[in-house]
Design a binder for this molecule. Structure first.
Ligand code: AMP
Length: 281
């Protein structure tokens, strides 16, 4: 398995593969890999001749410096895992100064309103940072397919919009959320939770499932109220938002007329910020 830290060496290698008509899949990650990442690295390996997995903790998408400093990282373990999956994986693990050419700053984007609610409300320029780094990766790697998780559904929609706006010649493949047996969505941030906090965190998934069960019976306001009351029983949970939104434009909905909608949740559990969502219709 090849590991590149240098941008031009990666580009030369990929140009070579492309001139031999090899297809390339791209899986962007921030490392501390778990079975969620594993599942769509596998998907890309099956669908493409080669798969580029980036491991890069992108400084421009963190609105909280402590979150950036304490973000879980274990590059040796990640490389071991990727090596065990396939020898058709190419790892890109650049230094921030290398990727940003010594100029770590944000670009400008038109997200067509997709950034207005939920994460956009609570995390400042987070999506501008994500779009900045993803644009750099797309231009550099020039892959055929990119794999993004529904776990970060708002991010996924913003990248779909970015591909259209900037006319990137790449197809985004949506990957379903992988969960532990008790329903907790896998996340690198779960590494920061102890056993009992992980158990308590399953209440976020339970809240989403409650919404799914009751969407045809209760009003959206009633669902929100019950969820907020229920979660307030746990002193470890600080709910940031629970929103039911249209899947396409991500606008919150108040009645049940939207054809495709999802329930979204963000909360701090024992000081660790977690997000999750499920499809309702
Ligand atoms: P991250 O390393 O957390 O930035 O995530 C990299 C990619 O993995 C993103 O496209 C995420 O949406 C996706 N991802 C993270 N956790 C999961 C999960 N539990 N199931 C599916 N995809 C995930």
């Amino acid at each position: 398995m090849l590991v590149f830290r240098d941008t031009s060496a990666l580009q030369n290698h990929l140009n070579n593969l492309k001139s031999n008509k090899k297809t390339i899949g791209f899986v962007p990650t921030m490392g501390a890999l778990h079975n969620g990442h594993h599942s769509f690295v596998n998907k890309s390996v099956l669908q493409n001749d080669f798969t580029v997995v980036s491991i890069f903790i992108n400084p421009t998408q963190f609105n909280n410096i402590d979150d950036l400093k304490t973000y879980p990282s274990d590059i040796d373990k990640d490389l071991e895992l990727l090596k065990s999956i396939s020898d058709k994986i190419i790892v890109f693990n650049p230094d921030p100064n290398e990727l940003y050419s010594g100029d770590i700053r944000l670009d400008q984007f038109n997200f067509n309103g997709l950034d207005k609610h939920m994460e956009g409300e609570f995390r400042g320029d987070h999506f501008v940072g994500v779009a900045t780094v993803v644009s750099k990766f797309f231009s550099l790697i020039n892959a055929d397919y990119a794999y993004f998780g529904e776990k970060d559904f708002q991010q996924l929609r913003i990248i779909e919009n970015l591909i259209k706006e900037k006319k990137f010649n790449i197809k985004l493949i949506r990957c379903e959320t992988i969960r532990s047996e008790d329903g907790l969505a896998l996340s690198s941030r779960n590494n920061k939770l102890n056993f009992s906090s992980k158990k308590i965190a399953t209440n976020l998934f339970k809240a989403l499932n409650f919404a799914k069960e009751k969407i045809d019976i209760l009003s959206i306001d009633e669902i929100k109220q019950i969820i907020s009351n229920n979660l307030s029983n746990y002193k470890e949970i600080k709910l940031e938002y629970f929103v039911i939104a249209d899947e396409k434009n991500l606008k919150p909905i108040r009645d049940k007329k939207a054809e495709q909608c999802r329930a979204f949740i963000a909360a701090y559990v024992s000081g660790v910020r977690l997000i999750d969502n499920v499809k309702l219709y």
